[in-house]
Structure formats: structure tokens, C-alpha cells
Design a protein around this ligand. Structure first.
Ligand SMILES: Nc1ncnc2c1ncn2[C@@H]1O[C@H](COP(=O)(O)OP(=O)(O)OP(=O)(O)O)[C@@H](O)[C@H]1O
Length: 256
């Protein structure tokens, strides 16, 4: 028991040292926070914003609510069949912007990624009959081009895993104007797509290691877990029970 503790302590120190060396060699780390609507992504980012080595890029939804004076989120929910392709093309642009934004600090932590846009949201709209085949094909070709030519590769995904019931309850409680009409089926379908992608790995590639956190727990307890697992979340120690990447190291996208 004592030897085990000593060994795991030593191992964490080694990983932390490697993380430190990676950063001191100028390699910046990007962490993407994923999870269903209402899973607590902004809470996690707000929590980590206090650390001097972390630059957070949170609430991309604010950009979607004010794109050149247009609330694209509202348009999308008011008539998804008409506006979801336009909306998702803007999401891809804003996500690519966030992935490539230069930061001074060693760690960039961003809310969502271009990957969840494609594998969860675009997929959901197309499967649900709200996006035409041709629109889906064009968005997919943009996605394939971007992931092959631009560095949108995260080092770690932190997946805030909720049950659809908890996500729905949080969405109802915060009552964001545009989200009032979200059907329960939409949140359930998004849950299944996050699970397919990040846990079951049923259909789409996972671009990096995944750390899964139980985000059904009360947000104050979740914040305690953020503290306890800070080293793992910041890529400084080995991720316990990770979901591993599908992407061979050599296949990662070229840097821009
Ligand atoms: N590709 C997309 N990526 C993210 N959100 C999208 C996308 N397409 C549509 N949306 C909508 O944007 C809104 C924001 O959802 P998102 O989960 O990104 O943030 P959030 O709910 O504020 O996060 P949290 O509550 O976990 O902090 C939701 O209404 C969601 O349905």
C-alpha cells in the first residue's frame, strides 16, 4: 500500500515535470471543455481563470448572439431548418478563431471545440432532418479541410458528463431567452452524441485523451473536484482512467 502510494506520487511528479518541461520548451497546451448544454462548462472555465498560467476562452455563445448585430442563436432556434446551416458555419468560424488565437500564457482552456460542433451539433441537426444533405456535405468538407490544414488539435478534452435530466433541469433553471423552446428530445440526442463520440467512441475519431468528470453532482461539489484533480485537468499529471485518442501522434494537423 505504502509502496503503491509512493509510486503513484512519484509518477505524478514525473508527469508534472514532463508537463513543465513541455511548457518551458515553449509548447503551449490547449484544453477543450466539452459537455451537453448546461453541463457546467462555463463554471469550470471561470474556476480555472484564477490561475496565472491559464488563459480561458469562454462562452462562445456570446459571439453567436451578436454576429454583426444579428442574434444567430435566436434565428437558429426560431427556424432550425432554415438557419441551422448558416449558424453552424459561423460556429465553425468562431471555433477555428478560438483554436488558433495566440495566447501568452502556457495553457489555453477553451469552451467547446470545432470537433463537438461537427460530431455532436451538425450531426444532430442532420440526423434530425433539420439540415439538408447538401448543407451537411458542405459543412463536413469545410471541417475536413480545416482539421487537415489548420492546427485545431487539443491536448486534452475535459468531458463534463451529465445525465440529460440534469442538463434539462439546469437549462430550465437558467431560462436563457433563446433556449426556452428547446425540446427534451434535442438535449437527449445531444447527450447520446457526446457519449458516442467521447465514451463509446462509436463513430467519430477522438482527437486527444479525454478526462471524464461526473458533472451531475452539485456545481459546488464539482468545483471541489476541479481542485482535487487540478493537475490532471491542466495536463500536468497522468489522466486517471482516460479515454484515449484515436489519432496517431504523427497524424495531427500541421501548425499554421
Ligand atoms: N455547434 C454548436 N456548439 C455549441 N453550441 C451550439 C452549437 N450549435 C448550437 N448550439 C447551441 O448554443 C447554445 C450554447 O450551448 P453550450 O453548451 O455551448 O453552452 P452552455 O449551455 O452555456 O454551457 P454550460 O451551461 O455548460 O456552461 C445552446 O443553446 C446550444 O444548443
Amino acid at each position: 500500500m505504502f509502496t503503491e502510494m509512493l509510486f503513484s506520487g512519484l509518477r505524478d511528479r514525473v508527469f508534472s515535470l514532463i508537463g513543465g518541461l513541455k511548457m518551458s520548451a515553449g509548447k503551449k497546451i490547449t484544453i477543450c471543455v466539452e459537455g451537453n448544454i448546461g453541463s457546467g462548462k462555463t463554471t469550470l472555465l471561470d474556476h480555472f481563470a484564477q490561475f496565472p498560467e491559464v488563459k480561458t476562452i469562454s462562452e462562445p455563445v456570446n459571439k453567436w448572439r451578436d454576429a454583426g448585430g444579428h442574434n444567430l442563436l435566436e434565428l437558429m432556434y426560431s427556424d432550425p431548418a432554415r438557419y441551422s446551416c448558416m449558424f453552424q458555419s459561423y460556429v465553425q468560424l468562431t471555433m477555428m478563431d478560438n483554436h488558433t488565437a495566440p495566447v501568452e500564457k502556457p495553457i489555453k482552456m477553451m469552451e467547446r471545440s470545432i470537433h463537438s460542433g461537427r460530431y455532436c451539433f451538425i450531426e444532430n441537426l442532420h440526423r434530425g432532418g433539420l439540415m439538408a444533405d447538401a448543407e451537411y456535405a458542405v459543412l463536413d468538407q469545410w471541417f475536413q479541410w480545416i482539421t487537415a490544414n489548420v492546427n485545431v488539435q487539443p491536448d486534452l478534452i475535459v468531458y463534463l458528463r451529465t445525465s440529460p435530466e440534469v442538463a434539462l433541469e439546469r437549462i430550465r433553471r437558467r431560462s436563457r431567452d433563446e433556449e426556452r423552446a428547446i425540446p427534451e428530445s434535442y438535449v437527449r440526442a445531444l447527450h447520446e452524441l457526446h457519449e458516442d463520440w467521447l465514451v463509446r467512441r462509436a463513430q467519430f475519431p477522438v482527437p486527444c485523451q479525454v478526462l471524464v468528470l461526473d458533472a451531475d453532482q452539485d456545481l459546488s461539489l464539482l468545483k471541489e473536484e476541479f481542485n482535487v484533480r487540478k493537475q490532471e485537468i491542466l495536463c500536468r499529471s497522468e489522466v486517471k482512467s482516460p479515454v484515449k485518442s484515436d489519432r496517431p501522434a504523427a497524424a495531427s494537423a500541421a501548425a499554421v
